[in-house]
Design a binder for this molecule. Sequence first.
Ligand SMILES: Nc1nc2c(c(=O)[nH]1)N[C@H]1C(S)=C(S)[C@@H](COP(=O)(O)O)O[C@H]1N2
Ligand SMILES: [Mo]
Length: 222
Amino acid sequence: MTARPPLPANQFEAKAFVRFGLGKFRRKQIDETLAPALCLSGDVANAVDLQERLAEVPRHEQVSDFHCVTTWSVRGVRWSGWRFADVHEQLIKPLASPDTGANLIVLRGSDGYCCAMQLQDLLRDDVLLADRLDGEPLGVDHGAPIRLVAPAHYGYKSVKHLVAIEYWKDRRNYRFPFPYPGFIDHPRGRVAFEERARLIPNALLRPIYRFLIPRSVRKQIR
Ligand SMILES: Nc1nc2c(c(=O)[nH]1)N[C@H]1C(S)=C(S)[C@@H](COP(=O)(O)O)O[C@H]1N2
Ligand SMILES: [Mo]
């Protein structure tokens, strides 16, 4: 067996992948009766619903590690869905034609959660719009019907219950969901660089985040 690479700096392995959610979002109920929709809008020539068109894009399966900013990680999560880069190339560009320079992408979940990523980060070949986990349709705990999976970025970028993708030319009135302070959303959030948050040093933030890990997740940390 080949040795697995070590976990990124300051992450601890969780034995199982359990539902997590930022504070108030953990308790939010998702309306599972809503017809699935994936609206593409923002600084684009045409706003479109991508949901029906996803089937035209080749499916992709991948196994990747998942790293939460609060310091727990899960190894080897098997996702399947569509590569964001393929969806961007094959659907978003031809159907919506985003404006030149619309490189800030706002991702919204049906629970009101949202975050922003840079287009260059979403175009990595390990970024998926996933609708299956471990060979089963994605359950509501892990983001049904569709979620983002961006393994090189902290888990808070992997928006669950994804219903809207917006291409923006500037940050405008973008705001991390109320009541959370904007500094906890790093503009990139790359795990390899420990981009946990803006302004706050990691040495201060890590113990605070560790303290905030819910018991359900804490039980899984070795
Ligand atoms: N819509 C939505 N997406 C979300 C969250 C959330 O609360 N709501 N929490 C984020 C955080 S902080 C993490 S670590 C992961 C957790 O994914 P899981 O619940 O599948 O473990 O989802 C992210 N995406
Ligand atoms: Mo997280």
